[in-house]
Design a protein around this ligand. Structure first.
Ligand code: SER
Length: 318
């Protein structure tokens, strides 16, 4: 029997493309896209979209029952930069929202809850090079604090109630479809739009700020692979995933191979401090071992594909 999946935060950077791929695999009517705002056309084209505020637990329960949902992918989240501007909003959305989801999954006996975490769950006292899966986590951003809650709460519900909770710590995600919404790694998407439109970009992180990253097709693959992973192989519930690491200067160099006139300038702002509290590279060998995770794109492959896709969409020849 085909699974029925509900996705929260479905018009976000990841949700938009995740819903599209899930609908291809599971059938449009079996993937319920939800969010708080009026949806973009792409989400209503091949399947249902409903307005859902994750803080409204009654509405959440009703939808899960009415649409006979097996799996919930809870993507609705306030990211790092917005979270620093409004920590209280981040608390409500990320902590209370996840509580509502996990409670609904427990009470209704859903088959699985997949709730993403982030490299932001690590902090300045975490080793920053090749950060292991299981290591000290004392984040200093509100976003990071809420993501540690997500991981520990989900794992507690798994131990205590047997809830099939799964989570991955996404690195910065680079995408050609939807824009990211208020994170510290957003520069790695903005830079492509500016390179194509204006041939120059002013980066809000310094030139040598190294962060782990992945291209959207790998992000979608990792999410669906973990969702479909054989439970008997999982020794962990939360997994590091990554594809490569780079600095803004290295990304600019790679873009220059395609657009030689491209220039980058640097004006670091408050996000620099957030980035410096995160790992520079992470070790995802546990994901590779327990559910065969392997990325398809490296830095060069991602840049080439991003420029091709984006230039086509924006109608810009480079
Ligand atoms: N991309 C996210 C952020 O910058 C990291 O999970 O907030």
């Amino acid at each position: 029997m085909t699974k029925r999946i509900l996705v929260t935060g479905s018009y976000g950077q990841i949700g938009t493309e995740l819903v599209g791929e899930l609908r291809k695999r599971y059938g449009g009517e079996n993937v319920i896209a939800t969010g708080r705002k009026k949806p973009p056309e792409i989400l209503t084209r091949d399947g249902p979209y409903y307005r859902l505020d994750i803080l409204d637990e009654n509405q959440l329960h009703t939808m899960l029952v009415d649409y006979d949902i097996d799996i919930i992918i809870h993507n609705a989240s306030v990211l790092s930069a917005v979270g620093e501007k409004n920590p209280q909003l981040a608390y409500r959305t990320n902590v209370q929202g996840t509580y509502n989801v996990m409670e609904a999954v427990r009470i209704l006996g859903l088959e699985q809850a997949l709730v993403p975490s982030s490299i932001a769950a690590f902090g300045p006292s975490t080793p920053r090079d090749n950060t292991p899966n299981d290591v000290i986590m004392r984040p200093t951003s509100m976003y990071g604090v809420t993501k540690v809650f997500v991981e520990l709460f989900g794992e507690y519900y798994n131990l205590r109630y047997g809830v099939n909770f799964r989570s991955l710590r996404y690195p910065g995600v680079i995408s050609s479809e939807a824009l990211p919404g208020g994170g510290t790694t957003d520069y790695a998407v903005e830079i492509f739009y500016e390179a194509l439109k204006n041939k120059k970009y002013t980066c809000f992180l310094g030139p040598d700020t190294r962060l782990p990253m992945m291209y959207m097709p790998d992000c979608i693959k990792s999410t669906i692979d973990l969702m479909e992973a054989d439970d008997s192989r999982l020794k962990h519930r939360t997994f590091n995933v990554t594809a490569f690491s780079f600095t803004p200067a290295e990304l600019a160099e790679e873009i220059k191979k395609h657009i030689p006139e491209f220039e980058i300038a640097y004006e670091p702002d408050f996000r620099q401090k957030i980035a410096e509290s995160w790992p520079m590279s992470i070790d995802d060998s546990v994901a590779r071992e327990e559910w065969d995770w392997k990325p398809d794109y490296d830095l060069a492959g991602m840049v080439k594909d991003m420029l091709e896709k984006l230039s086509k969409r924006l109608g810009i020849v480079y």
